[in-house]
Design a protein around this ligand. Sequence first.
Ligand code: OAD
Length: 272
Amino acid sequence: QTLKARSLEALAEYIKDGRAQQIVVMTGAGISTSAGIPDFRSPKTGLYANLARLNLPHAEAVFDISYFRENPEPFYTLAQELYPGKFRPTITHSFINLLYKKGLLLKLFTQNIDCLEREAGVPDDKIIEAHGSFAKQSCIDCKKPYPEERMRDAISKKWVPRCLDLSCNGLVKPEIVFFGEQLPEAFFENRTLPAQADLAIVMGSSLSVHPFASLPQFCEEGAPRLLINREQVGDLGSRPDDVLLLEDCDSGVRKLAEACGWLEELEALWAE
Ligand code: OAD
């Protein structure tokens, strides 16, 4: 066992001792709910529980590429609500930035498409957007890029954009990864990186979508894994050095920061 105990205090000691220098962070929608963006699977408040108005065959169809080909409207109805620009990063996002500023962040793997990690200050080269993002858009057939201004316009007016190459006329969509699509190259190139981590932090994900969900399993035995989430997920908790904080991400990162003596710095960074 690497930690003296499976506690936040023992983990903070490990960090303060300088034994965590290569931290891998893995995040999901739960780190953005306090910014006002719903997650997917929480009962009642999650996106999938609130899609009745779209008349979908099943909730996940709204992000399914075969369904989108036949019926792109439901996605564009939803896209307006999810489009980045109107949300502010949470203190959890700032905590990831704090790790970066301290030179401790090896990589952030995020499933989120809200770009809030970037907005909080984490640089591009530290982020693997495993499920893509709204940052780019293209034709799903010929892959021709589509201008951002036009996409913004389409999303705000809820019309479905089509490829600017008229001979193609394919459907255009933001480069977020739909069910049935490949994850970005960068994900596969970095997939085994957690094996180099001396600490992994998993936050705000149900770990129910593969291949992302298997990332924590690449961590070496002996590298502590911290889960900050409302519920226990994946195999977190199954190893002697797993530490579980089953609570809100924002309060969990505040506790961790406090235990490390970083709380004031974190609050100041978030307030910037
Ligand atoms: P989920 O909605 O599946 O899971 C969110 C997790 O965060 C749940 O375990 C919640 O209990 C927890 N949670 C919510 N709010 C929280 C808070 N404030 N503090 C702590 N925990 C909180 O979201 P993801 O795991 O991100 O993919 O979903 C994975 C993928 O499924 C998404 O990227 C998306 C979706 O379909 C695609 O669309 C391809």
